[in-house]
Design a protein around this ligand. Structure first.
Ligand SMILES: Nc1ncnc2c1ncn2[C@@H]1O[C@H](COP(=O)(O)OP(=O)(O)OP(=O)(O)O)[C@@H](O)[C@H]1O
Ligand SMILES: [Mg+2]
Length: 356
C-alpha cells in the first residue's frame, strides 16, 4: 500500500494585521514556521490565536501582510486553493454519514477516482487506528474517536499544513493526554508542519518544538517551551508560562549596595546585568521558608498568609516587607508544614531572579 503523500511545508507570516470592522485584533505579526515543525500558538482567551490560525486557513476577513506557504503568498486565496487542513474544536462531522464517508467527503468533492478515494480513506483510518469503525456513525463513537475521525478527514486530503484549533478541549483530562501523544506520533510519522492552538500551556509545552505567545493580538515571544519559561522576554510571558511572583520596582543604590526596591519597599538583591530592570519575576520554587533563625544570613523575616496542598507541592503565600510571595515546597510525607500566621525565615535564590 502506498502511504499518504505528505509535505513538510514552510509557513512564513509577514507583517500580518487583521481587523474586524474598526477593531484590530492581530497587530504586525512576523513568524517563520519551519518545514515539519510542531508549532503552537499559546495565549489567553481573546488574544487572537484562532484568528491567526483561521487567517492561515483562509477564513475570516482578508488580512494585511503576507502569508507564504513554501514561498507562495496565499493571503488573498480562498481556503480551497490553499490546500491546508484544519481541525476544529467542535469536530463538525456529518452525523448522517458513516465514518468512512465522512473521511471520504473532501476527496469526493475533489472528484478523485473512486479507487484512490477508497485507498486514501483506508490509509487515513489506519493512521488514526479506526479501521474497525469505518461503517459506524459519529454518534456511535466516543469523543476521542470522533476527534480521530476529524483528524483522518483532514490528513486524507494530504494538506500542506495541519492546523489544529483547541482540538482536545472537549475531551476529559486523561484522554487529552493520550490524544496529544497520538497527534504528536501521527505528526512525526507524516512529518507534517503542524500549528496547534491552545490556551493550555502544558499542552503546548509537551507537544511543541517551538511556540508563539500572543497577548492582545501582539506576538510576545517565540521559542522552545523551556527557553520561554527560563528566559521570558517580558512580565506577561513570565506570568503566563508557569507561575511567577512579579514585583514592580526599580534598581536603586543604597549606601554601597545596589538593590531592587519594590513598590512596597521590599529590598531585594539585584542582578547587575539588568541596571534598568523595572520588574523582577521570581518563580515560587525559588523561594523557601525556614523556621525562624534557621534561614541563614540572607534570610528575611516573613509570615505565612496561606497554605495550599496541591499534591506534589505545598504552595504557600508569605508576606514580607509589604509584598506577598508564592512559595512552592515539594511535598514529602512527614515533613513539617507551616501554618497560617507562623513567623518564618524567607530565603530567596537570587541567582534565579528574572530581571525584566
Ligand atoms: N467574527 C468576529 N467578529 C468580531 N470580532 C471577533 C470575531 N472573531 C473574533 N473576534 C475578536 O477577535 C479577538 C481575538 O479572538 P480569537 O477568537 O482569535 O481569540 P482566541 O485567542 O482564539 O481566544 P480563545 O482562547 O477564547 O479561543 C477577540 O477580541 C474576539 O472578540
Ligand atoms: Mg480560539
Amino acid at each position: 500500500m502506498t502511504a499518504l503523500q505528505t509535505q513538510s511545508s514552510e509557513v512564513v507570516i509577514e507583517n500580518l494585521s487583521l481587523s474586524f470592522g474598526a477593531t484590530e485584533v492581530l497587530k504586525k505579526i512576523d513568524l517563520v514556521i519551519s518545514p515539519g515543525e510542531f508549532f503552537s500558538f499559546l495565549g489567553p482567551s481573546g488574544s487572537g490565536k484562532s484568528t491567526l490560525l483561521r487567517a492561515i486557513a483562509g477564513f475570516g476577513p482578508t488580512p494585511k501582510g503576507r502569508i507564504l506557504i513554501n514561498g507562495e503568498d496565499v493571503a488573498k486565496l480562498p481556503p480551497w486553493e490553499r490546500n491546508v487542513g484544519m481541525v476544529f474544536q467542535s469536530y463538525a462531522l456529518w452525523p448522517h454519514m458513516s465514518v468512512a464517508r465522512n473521511v471520504a467527503f473532501g476527496l469526493e468533492e475533489r472528484k478523485l477516482p473512486r479507487a484512490e478515494i477508497d485507498r486514501r480513506v483506508m490509509e487515513a483510518l489506519e493512521l488514526v487506528d479506526l479501521v474497525d469503525y469505518a461503517q459506524r456513525r459519529p454518534s456511535q463513537l466516543s469523543g476521542g474517536q470522533q476527534q480521530r475521525v476529524a483528524l483522518a478527514r483532514t490528513i486524507v486530503i494530504e494538506p500542506r499544513v495541519l492546523l489544529l484549533d483547541e482540538p482536545l478541549s472537549n475531551l476529559d483530562a486523561n484522554l487529552r493526554v493520550q490524544m496529544r501523544r497520538d497527534i504528536l506520533a501521527l505528526q512525526r510519522k507524516l512529518k507534517l508542519t503542524t500549528i496547534f492552538v491552545t490556551h493550555d500551556q502544558e499542552e503546548a509545552n509537551t507537544t511543541s518544538q517551538r511556540m508563539a505567545v500572543l497577548n492582545n493580538g501582539i506576538l510576545q515571544q517565540v521559542g522552545a517551551p523551556m527557553e520561554l519559561y527560563d528566559n521570558p522576554a517580558n512580565s506577561f510571558v513570565a506570568g503566563f508560562l508557569g507561575t511567577a511572583n512579579i514585583l514592580q520596582g526599580a534598581v536603586k543604590s543604597l549606601g554601597d549596595e545596589t538593590k531592587f526596591v519594590t513598590a512596597a519597599g521590599l529590598q531585594l538583591p539585584h542582578i547587575s546585568a539588568a541596571p534598568d530592570a523595572h520588574s523582577i519575576a521570581i518563580r515560587p520554587q525559588n523561594v523557601h521558608l525556614r523556621a525562624p533563625g534557621t534561614g541563614g544570613a540572607l534570610a528575611m523575616a516573613g509570615e505565612v498568609a496561606e497554605v495550599e496542598f496541591l499534591g506534589s507541592i505545598l504552595r504557600y503565600a508569605a508576606t514580607l516587607g509589604g509584598e506577598t510571595l508564592l512559595v512552592d515546597h515539594s511535598h514529602t510525607p512527614g515533613e513539617p508544614v507551616f501554618a497560617v500566621g507562623d513567623t518564618v525565615d524567607v530565603v530567596l535564590d537570587a541567582d534565579k531572579f528574572i530581571m525584566l
